[in-house]
Design a protein around this ligand. Structure first.
Ligand SMILES: CC(C)(COP(=O)(O)OP(=O)(O)OC[C@H]1O[C@@H](n2cnc3c(N)ncnc32)[C@H](O)[C@@H]1OP(=O)(O)O)[C@@H](O)C(=O)NCCC(=O)NCCS
Length: 147
């Protein structure tokens, strides 16, 4: 498995397809709902995990949110690959990328079901945040990045 940035149209198609499959389709959201307004902004950094057979098995994105702070969004691992270290590798890659650019803090809004995953990675809960689709509670979490 490797982590890399999507670059071709085919890469981005697979990237958004996995984001949709994991984060939107189970809640009957329409195709296209997986896209964010700032996905195509230059400062938004997209990455994907690619298995040895070429399949895209994980995706995530990062953007600067405040001074010295980045935000991670839309982390999704293919269900067949849960619990095999893909999420950890995606997050490590994003955190190292941000730290190398001088950012000192990373925040995210975690689904309730993913809070324990982010805790394992060193994030702490700051406060409850929004409830997605009326049924998925989220929690604002933060982590100081190693310099
Ligand atoms: C949450 C998610 C990104 C985790 O990715 P993953 O590849 O399954 O996680 P990893 O295998 O890298 O797990 C790293 C560690 O966290 C643990 N972990 C992973 N998911 C967990 C969870 N939901 N609850 C508790 N622990 C979890 C793993 O057991 C592992 O611990 P270990 O090192 O002690 O064995 C993935 O399960 C997913 O895509 N879920 C659905 C979408 C989602 O919730 N995305 C996050 C939106 S905020």
């Amino acid at each position: 498995m490797i982590i890399r940035q999507p670059s071709t149209a085919a890469d981005f198609a697979a990237y958004y397809a996995l984001r949709y499959q994991v984060l939107r389709q189970p809640w009957q959201q329409p195709p296209g709902s997986e896209r964010a307004d700032d996905d195509e902004v230059a400062a938004t950094h997209h990455i994907m995990a690619v298995a040895d057979d070429g399949m895209v098995i994980g995706v995530a994105r990062l953007h600067p949110s405040e001074k010295n702070q980045v935000q991670v969004r839309a982390v999704a691992v293919h269900p067949d690959w849960h619990g095999r270290g893909v999420g950890l590798q995606l997050m490590t890659y994003l955190e190292e990328t941000a730290a190398a650019q001088g950012f000192t803090e990373c925040i995210l809004h975690a689904r309730e079901s993913a809070v324990a995953f982010y805790r394992k990675l060193g994030y702490t809960v700051v406060a409850p945040s929004h409830t997605l689709f009326g049924v998925i509670p989220h929690f604002l979490m933060r982590k100081l990045l190693a310099s």
